[in-house]
Ligand binder design. Structure first.
Ligand code: S3P
Length: 419
């Protein structure tokens, strides 16, 4: 994919549905009693993997335009589930199927098959689950077992791990309390409460009792992780307005970074949709300052770090990102692939064991960037090239279909006009 440089970038963008919330709307309704309509659903490859797995388990899932109509299967059948590239699908299904009295096999593509799964399997076993991983990774088999609620302390602040445990707890006897080292995104807690679960949040503790879910219509807000590319282009090259973006406080670390990097932005039209805060985000061209980011903020912006690194590459001074070792186990080793992406675009980024150092430059030359099959590296690389002097090329560019199928089309719509 060729990316041409653009001195200015203005535009208004309707941001596609949130990936985390679309997954949950499909998985939870697919396991609930009744029928639900999901609107503004993200129809990227990851969420389609969740839909295919739920069909295999017995749910009826129909895609009608940008709506998904789900008729739940409160009782599952034995199934082989191909989770594709999607870590969320695999990890949440481990919890969702563990106490359902079925035999399930979970597989994934070559990237997903390298990602750590014991972080979910081990605490599920503490609840009585029968789970076999392949040296800690997929393929995974889940057997028939009776689960008992208990207190579980998770080691990593991961919404995928927490969500798997909360879903398993629904099929367990008694109460389960999950405590995280730091709070991760809370879409699961919000949606389960709306679907009738007996769930309580108290600081870092989430308690939930066994019980059934009722289907619930969901209107999915736009994904701040997808908006981030257009927000960055506004800050670097002009002004952008990203409409209908989810601004759940467990997801808005990038706005805290904007505060510290001197980015001029505003939230407009703030409202609540299906229990999730939503706003339009306006970002204006700013003189960017370097930033130092440490461990505490990571869960709130982990997927935005590649594009934040691009902004740091254009900022005045040296930015340090530390406490971000989770990046190593994403769709690619994002400490390495982010550094390689910045350097290939003409920037200056040094990887470290737990993050990277980015030395800002006034200009980047551009160049050829390898996505390494990672959607967020491809999209962050496209932002870097668009803001560079000569532009360049993204190799293996189609991986954006995982989370943002219309990304290049929308990028091409940004232009000279003021919004
Ligand atoms: C997600 C949680 C995050 C995030 C991923 C989606 C989710 O992963 O990186 O893209 O939907 O729960 P972790 O929970 O493993 O940090």
């Amino acid at each position: 994919m060729k990316i041409y440089p653009s001195r200015t970038f203005y535009g208004e963008f309707s941001i596609p549905g949130d990936k985390s919330i679309t997954h949950r709307a499909i998985l939870f309704n697919g396991a609930a009693e009744g029928r639900a309509v999901i609107t503004n659903a993200l129809l990227g490859e990851d969420c389609l993997s969740s839909a295919a797995c739920m069909r295999a388990l017995g749910a009826d899932i129909r895609i009608e335009g940008d709506r998904i109509v789900v008729t739940g299967a409160p009782a599952f059948r034995d199934a082989d589930c191909d989770c594709g590239n999607s870590g969320t699908t695999m990890r949440l299904l481990m919890g969702l199927t563990a106490g359902k009295g079925v035999q399930v096999r979970l597989t994934g593509d070559s990237s997903l098959s390298k990602r750590p799964m014991e972080r979910v399997a081990a605490p599920l076993r503490q609840m009585g689950a029968e789970i076999f991983t392949t040296n800690g990774t997929a393929p995974i088999t889940i057997g028939k077992a009776k689960l008992i609620g208990r207190r579980v302390d998770t080691v990593v602040a991961s919404a995928q791990v927490k969500s798997a445990l909360l879903l398993a707890a629904l099929g367990a006897e008694g109460e389960t309390i999950v405590r995280e080292p730091m709070r991760s995104r809370d879409h699961t807690e919000r949606m389960l409460a709306a679907m009738g679960a007996d769930i309580r949040v108290d600081g870092r503790d989430v308690s939930i009792k066994g019980g059934k879910l009722r289907c619930r219509d969901v209107e999915v807000p736009g994904d701040i992780s997808s908006a981030a590319y257009f927000m960055a282009l506004g800050a670097l090259r002009g002004e952008t307005l990203c409409k209908n973006v989810g601004v759940n406080p467990t997801r808005t670390g990038i706005l805290r970074v904007f505060d510290r990097m001197n980015v001029s932005y505003a939230l407009e039209n703030e409202r609540t949709v299906c229990g999730e805060p939503v706003a339009d985000i306006r970002v204006r061209k700013s003189e960017l300052r370097a930033v130092r980011l440490t461990r505490e903020i990571m869960p709130t912006l982990i997927d935005e770090l590649p594009v934040i690194a691009v902004m740091c590459a254009f900022a005045r001074g040296e930015s340090v990102i530390e406490g971000a070792e989770e990046l190593k186990v994403k769709e690619s080793d994002r400490i390495q692939t982010t550094s390689d992406m910045i350097n290939a675009a003409g920037g200056d980024c040094t990887p470290m064991p737990d993050g990277f150092i980015v030395r800002g430059k006034a200009e980047l030359s551009g160049g050829t960037i390898r996505s390494c099959g990672d959607h967020r590296i491809a999209m962050s690389g496209a932002v870097a090239l668009m803001a560079s002097n000569e532009g360049g090329e993204i190799e293996d560019a189609q991986c954006v279909n995982i989370s943002f199928p219309r990304f290049y089309t929308m990028l091409g719509q940004g232009g000279e006009k003021k919004c």
